[in-house]
Design a binder for this molecule. Structure first.
Ligand code: NDP
Ligand code: 2IT
Length: 450
């Protein structure tokens, strides 16, 4: 038996029986249920209200055909998803992932984790996630536009500014959000804050683009300060990925005095002992939509290595995985620890495998789990929703200051919960518990529909 409590075990077993082939989803559920055992022990009322049984079953799952026509006039078909997981504390909220690896398990793990992450932000947002197995790589702007319009033609029936508010994730940035927003507006004849991560000219928030990466560094700086009386200053930092989260994590880590020496994509990684030149990275990734390998043709002294996993063999003080799920396994964790890493904080969702997390927690280094550490993106999406509702836009400084305050608050909330439930310093448990408590209370008070 993996769990101490036979009740929690039975909830997990029923989840496996219902979703046996969804390995990412079960991985996410298992971690949360493990963290919640002491909470259930102290709060029998949650067991009576069936909170756990309910929280692992999405309120609604939508799966749909997305057909569109490519540049050669050929009909293409993708599968679209939206999982509306939990609306106890606000409208469903979460990104849209466009990547060939997208399936029901991936969207459900992301939607499930989003419930607790959104709760941690303190803003009124429920949990949801969506996406499609569409690969934007190598597609023309016209193809991306036609896909996004076809995707929104179905999705529009299920979302709304007070119902469900999607945003970006892997493969979905400002370009895709723009095409989706345009299509929603055409179909509904309605200009509302139905999506976040919008362009600044049509209701987007300043600092949303930077928010996940910046937020990750604000969280990490607070964790370093409070738990080790330390900071980013003078630290060697490795950041995986080279997309939205990785770029702005690099920018803020550098600003805080760290030296980022590596970035990656799904093909390989670059190592620049002099510190990453972010202007070059932005030009390659944001303007040209190119590969990270190109960096070495433009910056002297930088090396490129095939294979993305090798990035974890670089000696560093702080590691920030910012690419994708399960990108950092037990073997990589061993190498990082052997090389003296003192802090790992997750920018991506579920980037560390359970084996890697176990090694980080038992080694006593600082470990900032995704739900807490990368919540800055969705928190700033929440701030975009507020601005849209009051039809005003706040300055960059105002949004950034709010984001900073929210990230510090998330660290302390998770840290305090870890103390209160007897696992001091285990922020995986602390974040899961703190996120859960608000949602569980809301579910309890809202009753069960017979
Ligand atoms: P982007 O699409 O901008 O960038 C994704 C990066 O990760 C790319 O460098 C990509 O490389 C790499 N990557 C993607 N899939 C894989 C894979 N299977 N193996 C190796 N590398 C891969 O996405 P984001 O930066 O927005 O997202 C990165 C992570 O952060 C995701 O886990 C996402 O869920 C999470 N996140 C994002 C938030 C946001 O606001 N955008 C908020 C909170 C979390 P390649 O180009 O080769 O595919
Ligand atoms: O994983 C995430 O938190 C996101 N992709 C951001 C979601 C959002 O609604 O801004």
């Amino acid at each position: 038996m993996a769990f101490k409590s036979s009740y929690v075990q039975s909830v997990y077993d029923a989840t496996v029986a219902r979703n046996g082939n969804e390995k990412e989803y079960l991985q996410a559920v298992k971690e949360v249920l493990e963290s919640l055992e002491p909470v259930i022990e102290q709060h029998p009322e949650y067991q009576e209200a069936g909170i756990l049984e309910r929280i692992v079953e999405p309120e609604r799952q939508i799966m749909f055909r997305v057909s569109w026509v490519d540049d050669n006039g050929k009909v293409q078909v993708n599968r679209g998803y939206r999982v509306q997981f939990n609306s106890a504390i606000g409208p469903y909220k979460g990104g849209i992932r466009l990547h060939p690896s997208v399936n029901a398990s991936v969207i459900k793990f992301l939607g499930f984790e989003q419930i607790f992450k959104n709760s941690l932000t303190t803003l009124p947002m429920g949990g949801g996630k969506g996406g499609a197995d569409f690969d934007p790589k190598g597609k023309s702007d016209g193809e991306v536009m036609r896909f996004c319009q076809a995707f929104m033609t179905e999705l529009a029936k299920h979302i709304g500014a007070d119902t469900d508010v999607p945003a970006g994730d892997i493969g979905t940035g400002a370009r895709e959000i723009g095409y989706m927003f345009g299509q929603y507006k055409r179909l509904r004849n309605e200009f509302t804050g139905v999506l976040t991560g919008k362009g600044l000219s049509y209701g987007g928030s300043l600092a949303r683009k930077e928010a996940t990466g910046y937020g990750l560094c604000y969280f990490t700086e607070e964790m370093l300060g409070c738990m080790k009386n330390d900071s980013f200053k003078g630290k060697t930092v490795v950041v995986s990925g080279s997309g939205n989260v990785a770029i702005y994590a690099t920018e803020k880590a550098t600003e805080l005095g760290g030296k980022v020496v590596a970035l990656s994509d799904s093909n390989g990684y670059i190592y620049d002992p002099n510190g990453i030149n972010l202007d070059v990275v932005k030009q390659i990734k944001e303007v040209e939509r190119g590969r990270i390998k190109e960096y070495c043709n433009r910056v002297q002294g930088a090396e490129y290595h095939e294979g993305c996993k090798g990035i974890w063999t670089i000696k560093c003080d702080i590691a920030l995985p910012c690419a994708t799920q399960n990108e950092l396994d037990g073997e990589s964790a061993d190498i990082l620890l052997k090389n003296g890493v003192m802090c790992v904080a997750e920018g991506a969702n579920m980037p560390s495998t359970p084996e890697a997390i176990e090694k980080f927690l038992t080694s006593g280094i600082l470990f900032g789990p995704a739900k807490a550490a990368n919540a800055g993106g969705v928190a700033t999406s929440g701030l975009e929703m507020s601005q849209n509702s009051e039809r005003l836009s706040w300055s960059f400084e105002e949004v950034d200051a709010k984001l900073h305050g929210i990230m510090k608050g998330i660290f302390h909330n998770a840290y305090n919960a870890s103390k209160e439930y007897g696992v001091e310093g285990n922020l995986v448990a602390g974040a899961n518990i703190a996120g859960f408590l608000k949602v569980a209370e809301a579910m309890k008070w809202q009753g069960v529909a017979y």
